[in-house]
Write a protein that binds this ligand. Sequence first.
Ligand code: FAD
Ligand code: MLT
Ligand code: ZN
Length: 505
Amino acid sequence: MGWAAPWGPWASPLVRSGNSSASSRSPGVMLTRDRYPVQRLPFSVVSEDDLAALERIVPGRVITDPEELEAPNVDWLRTVRGSSQVLLRPRTTQEVAHVLRYCHERNLAVSPQGGNTGMVGGSTPVFDEIILSTALMNQVISFQDMSGVLVCQAGCVLEELSQYVEERGFVMPLDLGAKGSCHIGGNVATNAGGLRFLRYGSLRGTVLGLEAVLADGTVLNCLTSLRKDNTGYDLKQLFIGSEGTLGVITAVSILCPPRPSAVSVAFLGCPGFAEVLQTFSTCRQLLGEILSAFEFMDAECMQLVGRHLRLASPVQESPFYVLIETSGSEAGHDAEKLSSFLEQVQGSGLVTDGTLATDQRRIQALWALRERISEALSRDGYVYKYDLSLPLDRLYDLVGDLRTRLGPSAKHVVGYGHLGDGNLHLNVTAEAFCESLLGALEPYVYEWTARQQGSVSAEHGLGFKKRDVAGYSKAPEALRLMRQLKALLDPRGILNPYKTLPAHA
Ligand code: FAD
Ligand code: MLT
Ligand code: ZN
């Protein structure tokens, strides 16, 4: 095993920015209203008078061209399609407030949209909801060099924010494969987890404040930059993870940690899942505070990444792979720790091959193998996507179980994810959407997860596709309170209807 290692035969440059958009791919996605049993609620239909009124609020930014509306009507996974005929591009909070006040009065439904990279059909309209895009709300408002507090509009692209704060010696507390397209407002609205969760925790902790516009156009200014503020209920938390159903987030204040000066990534092959878990345990003991990510993927993921993206594995073929990142402030100290960790896992047979990277280009290349799995899966066919929180010792059991259960009716059944956070991404691919395959997967996957007291949505949210399964992980009383909150904040239900809240009480 060569730790300082001979570098694998990388087949292509690993660029992600901009490749997450649905727009570049061909049409052909079935309308949501045709595939799913869903009824349009009695909202008004946009009239010529409405278009004229909206044009006065956001002049020149009312989009009705069917070609331009194609991409924002379809989700990234190409599994749902709405039929909206209007997209609005406000630039300011006041414009959002005017739009919502008008839509509220007219009983027009609105679907907020950021980068449209969501995984649960939350960002696209189901019927003819007006799409409210944050694409032009992309200004940094302030950055405090001392504290690392960034205040910005909701439509800032995550990768651009990362560059901005990195130039100033900080990092964003979250990172994900969709960084080149997703907006910070979308990240907060979904409470996205991602690749830095293990180190910096949930957005529920790092978002210090936010501004949101309620359904009736009221601007709720909770855009504080304070670390501590116990003046009653923490209202911003209501909007974090609310998926556009309670308000439109227009600005956020977020705490950025200092940029680590030493980063290393080890990519290792493991002979079994038990060894993956043992490696994690050893990692926590020996790397301690410098551990910043622990991700895993199975052999089928690596095959698909190789086949569809032409990325080669840097290590010998193995049943499992883990990606371990360390981030610290002193390279020598981190190298010493990593070296004794690697010796230990190699010596005990937990790891059979591996490679280590400390320079930026190689680190990015290793991360791409993990980050681009969802892209490889999308190229494989229709993807049935499950995002589960499970106890670590049962985390991979369902993958093998499903391979047996589904047999040849599935093309691939794969498991990967944020192992350090107890988060499995279980994905099944097929040539095309198939009702009977769906029937074999659901409710089986959800019942299995509920038996482990897991969560049926660890980080992607509920959106349109998972709204009816929330009850597998949430008590009826909690769901009832969610409904009451929705009714209080959006009495006409115009904000992202058909999403997040179960269709039936
Ligand atoms: P959209 O997709 O546009 O919207 C998502 C939801 O938020 C919708 O319900 C929408 O109505 C709502 N919304 C958007 N903006 C606002 C706003 N300003 N105010 C109110 N509501 C709003 N997720 C993870 O958690 N971890 C990952 O590691 C991860 N990796 C990903 C990798 C890839 C390649 C892709 C394509 C997706 C990944 N995701 C991941 C999914 C993730 O939810 C999104 O990428 C991201 O958080 C959504 O941001 P967005 O701007 O694209 O939001
Ligand atoms: C990831 O971790 O890669 C994302 O959550 C996307 C996915 O689940 O495919
Ligand atoms: Zn994920």
